[in-house]
Ligand binder design. Structure first.
Ligand code: DQQ
Length: 587
């Protein structure tokens, strides 16, 4: 490891100044016009797939567009991932349910799509949904079918599909019975009525929800069924919230109040809380609440500590959408999958022949505080670790930038624990900031302060950095002190200085980390994979994903640095970094 002092970095950082407060998680170089078909880009598939920004160990098909991970599940020795896929191009459209299987969620074998538009009840698209494992280990898919292109983005109904052959562990063939659709909109908004959840069972009924909106009110409608085919809409919703817009891809599941094990979706016994996650079409961000599910009233009530709306908790404060969880019965854990779209322009996506990745599956559990979830990449990912660098006690004075050498910086897994001897240097949390919009507070502060000189922090990693730091994606903490002597810990992942290609969308992302600083330590982990940086603050309490497209910091020209630009000296107590290999099988 070599110590490099450079003033140039801070000059560049100041020039960049993080002015971007445009927090919309978009594709196509900005805010995404979703469910828009780019007809002229749908012509044919390309064999000319550009590998420069292709990820090495993230889930990607060979080519074309992907979005929502639909209905991951475990069946007879295989993990199944279904996902929204355009077989005809690198833009959204012609949506089918692509299907891949895996023994470890790292190596993937592609299969034929499970569901493609073919019947009157899904003629114009097979949109998102989920799987439920019925008694006797019988999986069933619930999905949204588009029956008419009007009203835009399509007239939506809910369908089911069942395996043609339950003895096939790969579940290659699916049947769409003729009694579909099983749920048609009645008073619901026909063009905003989609993405049925995994069903759960209690009081003699299967229950499931469908995402929707009424005017600007976000809604999850509740449906009940005894036989999984005949569904009745409940008189009330499972939950709804005004002014949040369309709720896409809802996910409703129980979490144990003890330990990190997951519980089955119908579980009610033992210490259980419930989680409701929705994907907000208006902001293209997700949020979740933790609360109580009253099975008698069939109603969900978020806890007072869980805010509904986009000031709420997020799995990921960066590029992460349309996520879905499932219970892994073998390892007794709940796994979260999320999709990250491209931040390059549509023309660039078409030129590279692919768009979208699924992020590394994360185990998810309830924090001991009961106030938030915690996430961590599945342990199977460790099988891809190659060369390792290990360091202890690396002192970082103000302005220090220390290179982590000996690993492939463009494809790496890096973990560090930072310690400091005092909190005295923490900067004052500017009271003016309380007037900033609550939903974007962390982001706005990061935009104002960035990697500029601070008191306690900024410190962290400079990922995907070029030799002279013309390009870098900083992932870092800054610590503030409030007037009532509490601390606010900000975590940022900033794509602004990531690329000299100013045409791509380069948002700054940020979230607060709810942690007790009495140990005067903070940990950070980043999974770096060419065009994605997934970062986990303080053991997965706050997670941020950025998509970036450096022009210089590519392949072996990419570097990884530790840095500190706060007046308080910070010591990297422990650093472990690994080169990451590609899985043997990736679709
Ligand atoms: N993507 C699907 C919809 C869903 C949206 C269509 C979320 O079912 O609401 O591809 O990304």
């Amino acid at each position: 490891m070599m110590r490099v002092f450079t003033k140039m970095f801070w000059v560049i950082a100041l020039v960049c100044l993080f002015p971007l407060l445009d927090n919309i998680n978009g594709g196509g170089g900005g805010v995404m016009a979703f469910h828009k078909e780019y007809i002229h880009y749908q012509l044919t598939t390309t064999n000319n797939v550009d590998q420069l920004y292709r990820t090495g160990y993230h889930f990607q098909p060979k080519q074309n567009w992907i979005n929502d991970p639909n209905a991951p599940m475990y069946y007879k020795g295989y993990y199944h991932l279904f996902y929204q896929y355009n077989p005809k191009g690198a833009v959204w459209g012609n949506i089918v349910w692509a299907h891949s299987v895996s023994k470890d969620m790292i190596n993937w074998i592609p299969l034929e799509p499970a569901i493609v538009p073919s019947k009157p009840f899904d003629k114009y698209g097979c949109w998102s949904g989920s799987t439920t494992i019925l008694p006797g280990n019988k999986p069933v898919i619930l999905y949204t079918g588009i029956i008419d292109l009007k009203p835009a983005p399509g007239h939506q109904v809910q369908n089911y599909a069942i395996p043609a052959n339950y003895s096939d562990p790969l579940l290659r063939e699916w049947i769409k019975p003729d009694d579909n659709p099983i749920v048609k909109p009645t008073s619901e908004n026909v063009s905003s009525f989609r993405d049925p959840t995994t069903a759960w069972f209690n009081n003699g009924h299967w229950k499931m929800t469908v995402g929707s909106k009424h005017n600007k009110r976000g809604i999850v409608y509740l449906y009940r069924s005894r036989d999984f085919v005949k569904w009745t809409k409940a008189k009330h919703t499972l939950h709804d919230k005004k002014d949040t817009g369309m709720w896409e891809c809802p996910d409703f599941f129980p979490v144990s109040t003890q330990g990190t094990n997951g519980v089955e979706t119908s579980a009610l016994m033992g210490g259980i809380k419930h989680v409701l996650k929705v994907s907000l079409d208006v902001t293209r961000f997700e949020y979740y609440t933790i609360g109580t599910y009253n099975t008698m009233k069939d109603k969900y009530y978020p806890d007072s500590t869980s805010v509904d709306g986009w000031a709420g908790l997020r799995y990921d404060y960066g590029n992460f959408y349309a996520s879905k969880t499932f219970f892994d019965p073998v390892q007794k854990r709940r796994i979260l999958w999320g999709w990250a779209n491209e931040s390059s322009t549509t023309a660039e996506d078409v030129a590279k022949g692919w768009a979208g990745i699924q992020l590394i599956p994360r185990m998810v559990w309830l924090d001991p505080s009961g106030k938030q979830l915690v996430q961590w990449p599945i342990h199977e990912l460790k099988t891809l670790r190659g060369e390792k660098v290990h360091r202890r006690n690396v002192k970082l004075n103000k302005g220090d930038i220390v290179e982590v050498k000996g690993i492939t910086a463009a494809q790496a897994d890096v973990e560090a624990s930072f310690k400091f001897s005092s909190l005295d240097e923490a900067e004052t949390f500017d009271p003016k900031w309380s007037k900033l919009p609550a939903e974007n507070l962390a982001l706005e502060i990061c935009g104002i302060t960035g990697t500029k000189q601070g008191g306690l922090g900024p410190f962290g990693f400079l990922t995907l950095a070029s030799n002279k730091l013309e390009e870098h994606t900083p992932v870092f903490f800054r610590i503030f002190k409030t007037t009532d002597n509490k601390h606010k810990i900000l975590m940022c992942s900033d794509a602004k200085p990531s690329s000299l290609n100013k045409g791509t969308y380069r948002p700054s992302f940020a979230g607060f980390v709810d942690v007790d600083l009495s140990k005067k330590k903070l940990s950070l982990k980043s999974l770096i994979d060419h065009s994605v940086v997934e970062s986990f603050g303080e053991g997965g309490k706050t997670v941020i994903t950025s998509r970036v497209y450096p022009t210089l910091a590519v392949g072996k020209h990419a570097h990884l640095y530790l840095f500190n630009n706060g007046t308080e000296t910070v010591t990297v107590d422990r650093l472990d970094a690994w080169s990451m290999k590609n899985p043997l099988l990736m679709n």
